[in-house]
Write a protein that binds this ligand. Structure first.
Ligand code: OAD
Length: 257
């Protein structure tokens, strides 16, 4: 199947859909200049994400882990949502029920105006007290650049940590149950994820088992590619733009003059 045919098939299926669930990963933000975790450009000072995004790495060397997060915060602060984020934001209003489950911590879906975002891995902009001291909230937002690294809890003066989920930590229960509810849908679409990190990687398969039509948008094949109903081998910002143009070109009869 050509990419054009795949785009047309995706648009045709979405046209009849009422309940749409999209699962996104780092590839959605690639066109905004945010490096993905895996693949070329995925390394930071020769560290892999799995070597930094863990409670053990933080316990061993909080300054290095914080330098990585501070670097990513800086990149994201200068970045803007791209066409992929914009189309998904439009879809969050187009479909009667729409849920966007994201592994991204950059907040670009929210900045694009997407409704009903379920954040699996927390936020780059949240901090938490490592010792969960009594006076500090579970997490607090901190948008400004840091004066010192690692930053400190404003209540107890102990170490603060990024308000993100690390390898080995549980997905926030509320996010997980909202995501599982959203798997009862007509269309479930994975966009820009390597589909190797669980439990997110299992969501598309589960949606398929529950009867959803499933698709993937990723320029490279992933472990999910063979299992979905349609794999679109194209960058998200181009594929979503092309699908949106087809959807928008169809004027509903009630809107015609
Ligand atoms: P990865 O870095 O593992 O994968 C990014 C995917 O995006 C790859 O499959 C690329 O082929 C694809 N990609 C690149 N450019 C793209 C584009 N323009 N359009 C569409 N796809 C594109 O990122 P995730 O799957 O999000 O977790 O990684 C999952 C988790 O692993 C992350 O949330 C993070 C990481 O380590 C933690 O930190 C706990």
């Amino acid at each position: 199947m050509t990419t054009d045919d795949a785009i047309r098939q995706l648009a045709a299926t979405l046209r009849g859909a009422k309940r749409v669930t999209v699962v996104t990963g780092a590839g959605v933000s690639a066109a905004s200049g945010i490096p993905t975790f895996r693949g070329s450009g995925g390394l930071w000072r020769n560290f892999r994400a799995e070597e930094l995004a863990t409670p053990e790495a933080f316990a061993r060397d909080p300054k290095t882990v914080w330098e990585w997060y501070a670097w990513r915060r800086d990149l994201v602060a200068k970045a803007r949502p791209n066409r992929a984020h914009e189309v998904l934001a439009a879809w969050s209003r187009r479909f009667p029920r729409f849920t966007l489950i994201t592994q991204n911590v950059d907040g670009l879906h929210e900045r694009a105006g997407t409704e009903n975002v379920v954040r699996f891995h927390g936020s780059l902009w949240d901090l938490a007290c490592v010792s969960r001291c009594a006076g500090a909230p579970a997490a607090w937002r901190h948008d400004d650049p840091f004066e010192e690294l690692p930053p400190r809890c404003p209540i107890c003066g102990g170490l603060a940590r990024p308000g993100v989920i690390w390898f080995g930590e549980a997905i926030p229960p509320e996010a997980f149950s909202r995501a599982r509810e959203a798997l009862d849908c007509d269309v479930c679409l994975a966009v820009g994820t390597s589909a190797v990190v669980y439990p997110t990687a299992g969501l598309i398969a589960e949606a398929g088992e529950r009867g959803a039509w499933t698709a993937e948008i990723n320029p490279k094949a992933t472990p999910a590619s063979a299992a979905v109903d349609l794999a679109v081998a194209w960058p998200a910002e181009q594929a979503l733009d092309a699908v949106e143009r087809l959807l928008a070109g169809e004027t509903p009869a009630a809107d015609r003059v």
